[in-house]
Write a protein of this length. Structure first.
Lengths: 253, 114
């Protein structure tokens, strides 16, 4: 099918669907004024029921923790698939070896870049940990904090060198961390069942509303998610950066 | 102005679809896919929005304050995280296609034959 034919078919389809979409847009509930029964129920009940003040975390890690488990496993599956594709051709045995920069010229980093990276790396990691720990109180959580920490880790590469980044960020350690994060979340679901509670039921003491340690199981689930997301994103960065290197002797490129 | 959010979402979706159809490069195509996905963010957040209310965080306010819907916000969070990792998976597939077939133009690729 040529490009022209394809665009023509698309235009015809668009002409057919456009009136339906226009009607749908006009009949949508009025923006900002329609009832939100589920959200209101959660907003009113959660602070008293679960002793947490961030409703989004309460939905993610308590009321709908089951869905978060699915999301988490989807994330792990996508990361695993990416690793299998990228690492597969290089071979498992070389996944932990620092690579050559290849034919690319090795640029001297300016001192300003190195200094900025050294200053910001601890700050970004600390901010990520803060976002993770305060999931039950203020906006944040394991997903957001994990992504922040992983992007902070990239400053090692930017500010120091590829060699140091590969030496400190051991792919095989992060493989295990990612699995550990997923296992923590699964155990959070299964262990309450040992006590006769439901899957993911919040059986731990809830603590005081507004305290750092509050919300019971939410805290632990959050830590598991943070671990899996940090490790997953770092692994993606490692493997995609590895793609730019030159093949060592006797290796498939 | 009540149709603006829904129209924005429909526009983002349409632009993304056009990009996918007319794409000549897989990386561009994956970018268009994320544009389509961002239409879902707009829809979800617009459904959960309510005028004159605050974010569903009651750290400094009493829980009786009118707040927007946290369920939709949790859905958007899920959407973004899964979208990011699936994009990485698609980019890895693109690298693989480039290595095996030497092109990343969807129009040049033919079905695999034995």
């Amino acid at each position: 099918m040529t490009r022209k034919v394809r665009l023509l078919i698309a235009a015809l389809c668009a002409l057919l669907i456009a009136p339906a979409i226009a009607v749908m847009i006009l009949r949508m509930p009025s923006f900002g004024h329609h009832p939100l029964p589920y959200g209101d129920a959660i907003n009113h009940a959660t602070v008293a029921e679960r002793h947490v003040t961030n409703m989004v975390s309460a939905v993610n890690f308590d009321y709908r923790a089951f869905d978060t488990l699915g999301e988490e496993l989807m994330l792990v599956a996508a990361v695993t698939g990416t690793l299998v594709l990228l690492r597969g051709r290089r071979g498992e045995s070389v996944s932990d070896r620092a690579a050559q920069a290849g034919s690319r010229p090795v640029c001297e980093r300016s001192e300003a870049v190195t200094l900025a990276c050294r200053l910001f790396l601890p700050l970004i990691v600390a901010f990520g940990v803060y976002v993770i720990l305060h999931a039950q109180l203020t906006p944040g959580g394991g997903f957001q904090g994990g992504a922040i920490i992983a992007s902070g880790a990239l400053l090692l590469y930017l500010g120091e060198s590829y060699r140091l980044w590969r030496r400190l960020v051991r792919a095989q350690l992060f493989d295990r961390l990612e699995a550990a994060g997923a296992i923590v979340l699964v155990l959070c679901g299964l262990l309450p069942m040992v006590r006769g509670a439901a899957f993911f039921e919040n059986v731990l003491p809830l603590g005081q509303t507004g305290a750092l340690i509050s919300g019971g199981l939410i805290l632990i689930e959050n830590a598991g998610v943070a671990l899996a997301v940090t490790a997953g994103f770092v692994l993606l960065l490692v493997e995609f950066l590895e793609e730019t290197r030159a093949a060592a002797d006797g290796e498939e490129s | 102005m009540s149709v603006l959010p829904w129209a924005t979402a429909a526009w983002l979706f349409a632009v993304g679809i056009y990009g996918v159809i007319s794409s000549r490069h897989y990386v561009h195509l994956i970018g268009c896919l994320t544009v389509i996905q961002s239409a879902t963010y707009v829809v979800l957040l617009s459904v959960g929005y309510r005028f004159g209310s605050v974010a569903p965080i009651f750290y400094t306010r009493p829980p009786s304050t009118p707040a927007v819907d946290p369920v939709l916000q949790a859905l958007v969070l899920t959407d973004i995280v899964v979208g990011a990792t699936v994009t990485a998976l698609l980019l890895a597939l693109t690298l693989q296609v480039h290595k095996k077939r030497g092109t990343v133009n969807p129009e040049r690729l033919r079905p695999l034959r034995k």
